[in-house]
Structures are given as C-alpha cells and as structure tokens.
Design a binder for this molecule. Structure first.
Ligand code: ADP
Ligand code: MG
Length: 723
C-alpha cells in the first residue's frame, strides 16, 4: 500500500486554538437540565412536586408536566436547540433518538416553538425495527418511550445542530421491556428494598435509601482515520479480521502510563471538555498497556446516571475522534495478539446517611454491616456466576475473556489475604459471643486503612474486592453496563433477603451472634468462588473445574444461563424481568452473536477475494516474470531458487486462502439449515470460527511475504504506531 508518511500524519494534527482558559468548575454541567437549573426555572410549588415525583418514582400530573416542559423548552432554546428527542437504550447496545422540531405550524405560514408535558413524558417512536426477541411483532409496531426523571435531560451538539435529549425507558405497547434501562431501574429499586430490610434487621436507624454506585473505567484504541477508512473490517465490524502482529507490540512495557502524545492529549482535552459540559465527572486518563490504547475513567456516580454517562462517553469518544481525524475503536479486540479493551465496573453500595456499606468502618456495628454486605455479594456471585458471565457474553468479548490478558471465563472473587484471614477466623468460630471486643478483634477496623492498596494488587481477578467496592473486570469495552449492573443488583438483593431470613430464623436475642452464626455457615458454602491466586494460569482452570465453577468460553454456551429455571424465577420474583422478557433477551443476544459473526465472515470473504488474493496474484506474476527474465538473461546458469521458492509459497498460501473461504461459505450455508437460533449460533461457533482463525493465519503469512507496495491493507505497525 502507498505508505502514509509519519510527517504527514503529524501535519494532520488537530490544531487546538486555545481560547482563554476557563476553569471547569465554571461550565461543568452547563448543558444539562440539572437540579440547579430546574430550581431556578420552575415555580417553587412545581419544583416541589417534581422532586417528590422523582424521589417516589411517581408520574407527573399533566398540569405539572406542562410547566416543566415549558421551562425545559425555554432553557433548550437558549442553548440553541431546534429539536427535542427521547433518548433511549434499545437492545442494540447503543443509544437511539428520534428528533422532533420544537417548531410547530400555527396558522398560515407561521410556526411557534412548542413542547408539551405530554411530549416530555411520553413518546411513541415507530419502533418496529429494534430487536425485541419476538416480544413485539412488526405489525404491532408501536413502542413507548417514557421519561426517566432520575437522569437529567441534556443538550446534544452535533456539528451545527443542537438537540434537547430526554433520557427515557423504552417499552412495548403491552408494557413489556424493550430496552436496557428499565431492568436496571427495577433492579435498583429491588436492591434498595432488600438492603433497607437488612439494615433495619441489623438495627440501623434513620436509613431511608440505599443506592448503587458505579465507577466505570473505559478502555479504547485510537488510530489515524486514514487507516481506518482503508479497512472495511474496522469500519463494519470494529475489528481487524486479518493482519499480522507487528515486530514490536507491547513487550517493552513502555506504553502503560507512558507520556501521552500531543495529538492524543489534545483529543483527550476536547473529549473532557464535552463531557464536563454534560456534567460527566471525567477524572482519570492514561495510556493503556497496548500501543495506541487508552483509558478514561470518571468519578463514580449513582448507577443509572453512571450507565447513561458511559453511553455518552462512548459516543463522545467517537465523535471527538473524527474531529481530530482519528478513529476511536471501542471493540473488545480490534487487533489480534495485542491486548484487548475492557470496561472495569466498580460497584458499591451507599446509604443516604453517607455510609459506604462495603467500607469496613470504625465501630463494631459498621463492621457487621460491612461483613453482611460483603458476604451477601460473594454469595450472590457464587450462586449466579453463570448468569453474570452471560451478561458479558458477546461475539466481541469472546476474543478477550480467557485469552490471558483479561480475566478468564471462570468467575471467581478476589478478597486479598487480610480479608480472607478474617473470613477464616469467622468460619473457625473465633467469634464466640460476638461481643464488641471480639468483633474488633477480627481486625476489620484496621482494614480500612490498608485494604485499598493491599487488595488492588491482583489484576487477574474477574471480580475483585478493592477496599470499599467490588470491581467487575469481565465487561467488554463496547458493552452497555446496564446488563451486568442489573444482574449484580438483583442477585445481591436475593442474597440479602436470604441472609435476612436466616438471621431472623435464629430467633436469637443477640442479633450480632445470630449474624455471625449465619455468616459462619455461609462462608463455608461460598468457599469455592474465593480465589486469590493468578487467574491466568492453567492450574486455576483445573482447580476451578474441581470446584465445579462454570467455565463457558463461548457466547452461545454462556447465554444459556439467562434462561435456566433458577434465573427465570429470580428475575421474575424481583420484578426485574418477566420470564417472557428474559427469554426474549436470550434470543436477542443469540441473534446478535450470529449477526456479528456473519458481518465478519462477509468482510473476511470480501477482503480475501478482492484484496488479498489479487495482491498475491500480482506479486506472483512479478516473481514469475522475474524468474523468466533471469532465465532468459542468464540461461541455465541462473540461480533462481529463492524466487521460485517464494513463488511456490505464495501460490500455496493463496490456495489455502481460497479453500478456507469456500469452507467458511459451506459452513455458513449449513448453519442456515439449523432449526433454531441457538443451534445456528453453536454451529457457527464450533465450525466457522476456527476456520476464520485458520484463514487468518494464511492471510497473515501472505502479508509477511508479499511486496509491501502491493499489499492493500494498512498494517498493524502503521495503525498502532503512526499517530
Ligand atoms: P484503578 O482501578 O485504575 O486503580 P480505582 O480503583 O481507584 O482505580 O478507581 C477506578 C474507578 O473506581 C473510578 O471510576 C472511581 O471513581 C471508582 N470508584 C472509587 N470508589 C468507588 C466506590 N466506592 N464505588 C464505586 N466506584 C468507585
Ligand atoms: Mg480499578
């Protein structure tokens, strides 16, 4: 391929014409219809009604909704908005929005800007083209969007167009869930109730609300846009389906936390500016392990907000990248044999009294709360590790989980030595009477000072306790956090309820004693899920098998956990997802797996047949010509073995590529005959996927032989090192 000169890339650097510096505190959240704005813009009584509706999860009466909508419209017009949109999160995994102009005809040749309470509260997008898993047939195309008051409306700027976006849930006209936000909101409600019940049982007073917090660390790649547009696999599927590893990868360990290149720093600055306007507290940025890989992490927030914000972060990364002539790659594994991208989801609970419930505290009572919530979470993960695994299963994430760079497909919990010791002591029955002195003796109080650094050391664990939160590290970089979050919330709600029942059943007057008795037997039962060692080793896979821990390496296998009797009952009981809704999700995820694979197969075939084989043929011809020419010039004295050997190799590899393409096509054809999506997915996974890998090897071998000037695809070294 005609090489792009590094100097050219440098010239393309986005020039930041820095206007006068404005401290972030002066514009943070200026594009959100925040509490402060609401308070300022609304009459006092309306503000009160709105707050009440928000806190109690109630719907607004029409009159109030009209007043709120009017204020929102006036505010949006001031910001330059011409349209409003219900912004929702369908099962595609990304966000969706349908814009409607504020301008409305009012008499001949005139318009007026209008926005009613009804338009604010509910929308009716023709939603027939969203994945529904069979819930809503296309002839019943109506879907509803309904305002989610717990996440602020915001202004979305795109070029010169400005739109007011209203976060909403998305449901069918029969009331069934069609999105990712609704189960999340329901799970937050369920967990709040179960946690409050538990705290009350433990004697906590005054606590009225328990909330889930999420801190979401987002990894991504950036490459020059010129390269991006020359690769249909990246543009269409997000991942390079062929490409040989570069001579230098990440082995020098010089990238992680390395100094950030100027072009990238400017990009990050712009991203953060956009995020600050949207009230997203972007905090940390750094180079990641792989070349051209980066991370952005905002400060943790209430879960629903954090999930919305993560969607907005992903979108902003892509949007701002274009302005800098870069492409942001959010795929879990854009480059084979180079580290992939994940999303660490830091999960914790806090109450409205300012207590972090997973924080070991200073008093024995705090520590009892801590132990109960800690063990309830471990128990939940142990009982439902298969479900949790299913929520992070995707075609893209299959490349990552278990590939010795990310946590394996086996879920285990890391606690660190000190905490493990404390659990050991509880199990051994060191706490006899559960007196305050004994509880303090457990050494929990000292945990809070040391545990953060101490526990954070094991980076190989998929589910690690890190001081005052759990960090779920198996989520893929492009995935919505809503699914793993609703799963985690619901399974922990169940464990809290189960533990509460057991504590109550002890009938003991000494509540602390009852708690420790229950914890003692629970610890014994959840032991198999606890693992402090290196999760990347083969020994662990063997050990996990002995412990009967599931190890589902592929998405078709993992997804089955969504529809076990156990799962169906649980999510129905907590009113997070009905059986029908969960089964629909299973189908949607399975279909998605198939579609992702099909897209890649089509890209791969196209690249092979229209780029790779023609390039190989051109080089073959060049070599053949050279051999003939040499023979002609030198006669029998010509030594042409090197070129002849090369020619033969290239011919063989081209044949391999062509044959593999044919076999893949046959596999695709055979899969069409399967009588269920499940079987189709399994067949594609077992038969077609390995062939794709095989094909890739041949293409990559060709890449390393064919004349660089002829090779039609940007190579890894260019994409990852020229920027
Ligand atoms: P790292 O994992 O990179 O060492 P940290 O674990 O300190 O960094 O923090 C990563 C993320 O965890 C950040 O988004 C941070 O805001 C979030 N976080 C910190 N404390 C909590 C908490 N109590 N609950 C949820 N997230 C948290
Ligand atoms: Mg972390």
């Amino acid at each position: 391929m005609k090489k792009m000169q590094p100097t050219l890339a440098a010239e393309r650097q986005y020039v930041v014409e820095k206007e006068k510096f404005v401290p972030v505190s002066q514009y943070f959240g200026e594009d959100t219809f925040s509490h402060a704005v609401i308070k300022e813009k609304l009459p006092k009584d309306v503000f009160k009604k709105l707050m009440q509706a928000m806190n109690e999860n109630k719907t607004l009466d029409e009159e109030t909704a009209n007043v709120v909508a009017h204020a929102m419209k006036e505010w949006a017009l001031e910001k330059g908005a011409t349209h409003f949109a219900h912004w929702f999160q369908p099962m595609t995994g990304t966000t969706a929005e349908k814009h409607d102009a504020f301008a409305d005809p009012c008499g001949p040749g005139a318009v007026i800007e209008r926005f009613s309470g009804k338009q604010l509260v509910q929308g009716e997008p023709d939603a027939s083209s969203f994945p529904s898993g069979g819930i809503r047939a296309t002839f019943e195309a109506r879907g509803y969007t309904a305002w989610d008051m717990s996440s602020p409306a915001f202004i979305k700027r795109n070029g010169i167009s400005t739109t007011l976006c209203i976060p909403t849930v998305f449901i069918s006209y029969t009331g069934q869930v069609l999105d990712k936000k609704t189960p999340l909101l329901r799970s937050l409600r369920a967990l709040n109730q179960s946690a409050l019940r538990m705290l009350k049982l433990l004697g906590a007073k005054n606590v009225k609300k328990v909330q889930v917090n999420l801190g979401i660390e987002q990894e991504y790649f950036l490459i020059d846009m010129d390269y991006y547009y020359k690769r249909q696999d990246l543009v269409l599927g997000g991942r390079t389906v062929v490409g040989a590893p570069p001579a230098k990868g990440q082995e020098l360990e010089d990238q992680y936390f390395g100094s950030i290149k100027e072009r990238i720093s400017s990009f990050m600055h712009d991203v953060e500016e956009e995020l600050y306007k949207l009230g997203i507290p972007a905090k940390t940025r750094h180079n990641e392990v792989a070349p051209s890989q980066y991370e952005i992490a905002p400060v943790f927030e209430e879960a629903n907000l954090a999930v919305d914000h993560n969607q907005m972060i992903m979108e902003t990364l892509k949007y701002v990248a274009k302005k800098h002539r870069l492409a942001a790659l959010l795929h879990e594994k854009p480059f084979a044999k180079i580290n992939g991208s994940g999303k660490h989801v830091n999960w914790s609970l806090s109450d409205d009294q300012g207590n972090q419930l997973l924080n070991p505290g200073r008093t024995p009572q705090d520590n009892i709360h801590f132990l109960v919530f800690l063990i309830a979470t471990i128990r939940a993960v142990y009982k439902h590790s298969d479900f949790l695994r299913a929520t992070v299963a995707s075609y893209g994430n299959d490349h990552r989980l278990g590939a010795n760079e990310a946590p394996p497909a086996i879920l285990s919990v890391f606690l660190g030595e000190q905490l493990t010791q404390i659990l050991d002591n509880i199990e051994k029955g060191t706490v006899h009477k559960a007196t305050n002195a004994e509880i303090i003796d457990l050494g929990i109080s000292s945990l809070s000072q040391v545990s953060k650094d101490y526990t954070d050391r094991n980076r190989t664990s998929p589910f690690a306790f890190t001081g005052n939160k759990f960090e779920f590290r198996a989520v893929g970089s492009s995935q919505s956090v809503a699914c793993p979050a609703y799963a985690l919330n619901t399974i922990v709600a169940e464990s809290l309820d189960d533990l509460a029942e057991k504590i109550k059943a002890k009938g003991s007057k000494n509540i602390n004693q009852a708690v420790f008795d229950v914890l003692k037997s629970e610890i014994a039962q959840v032991r198999p899920i606890l693992f402090n060692g290196d999760n990347y080793t083969r020994e662990w896979a063997g050990e996990a098998k002995k412990r009967n821990l599931p190890n589902e390496k592929t998405t078709p296998g993992a997804l089955k956990a969504l529809v076990t009797d156990r799962a169906l009952k649980l999510f129905e009981k907590y009113q997070v997802l009905s059986n029908e809704e969960l089964k629909a999700r299973y189908l949607i995820h399975t279909e998605r797996y198939i579609k992702d694979l099909e897209i890649e197969v089509n890209c791969l075939a196209n690249i092979c047949l229209t780029q790779v084989i023609p390039a190989a043929a051109a080089y073959q011809q060049k070599l053949a010509r050279a051999i003939l020419d040499a023979k002609e010039a030198l006669g029998s004295a010509a030594v042409i073995s090197s070129q002849a050997e090369l020619l033969k190799k290239i011919l063989d590899l081209s044949n391999d590529v062509y044959m593999a393409c044919k076999e893949i096509a046959a596999g695709m054809q055979a899969a069409k005959g399967m009588d269920s999506e499940q079987k189709k997915a399994e067949m594609l996974c077992a038969r077609v996927k390995p062939k794709m890998d095989e094909l890739r090897e041949s293409v990559d071998a060709l890449e390393n032989l064919v004349d660089d000037e002829i090779w039609p695809l940007p190579k890894f070294w260019e994409m990852l090192f020229i920027c």
